[in-house]
Ligand binder design. Sequence first.
Ligand code: HEC
Length: 126
Amino acid sequence: MRKVLLICFLVASSITGLCFADGDLDMDLMQNIEDLNKSLSSNLSLKDAKGSTADAKELNRLFITVEEHFVKRGDAQNAVDLSKKSKDLTVEIINAVSANKFDAATDAATNLSRTCRTCHTFYKKE
Ligand code: HEC
């Protein structure tokens, strides 16, 4: 009986091992993105160039990681494209802010938030 239990345990843990290897997106990463996105929109509404630029740069870096995740997954071209689009939008925000065009930057930020939702509709498990 003990042996059977042990085997069950081993099988179960190797199955969970496989699930982890398949690689869900790191939740801390998305939580970071969420916090930065909020901070970015409040910095934009305050016309805080320094803060907005810092947030957008950090978001840009994190979306590179998101993109790599979905490239590795291999079956999620749509998500790869949406990560790229998010990255491009953060660059747009940085450029608009440095040209002191806060309206354009805010439009890009609105677009970015829409991109979050699009990707979640397809790829976020409930
Ligand atoms: C390319 C796809 C993609 C984009 C773009 C994306 N996300 Fe996500 N996000 C996901 C996936 C997938 C999950 C769920 C991960 C899972 O279930 O393994 C998730 C989960 C989350 C969560 C839940 C985390 C938790 O702890 O439960 C938050 C919050 C979040 N995303 C915020 C954002 C925000 C804000 C943006 C845009 C600035 C964004 N995401 C852009 C794919 C994306």
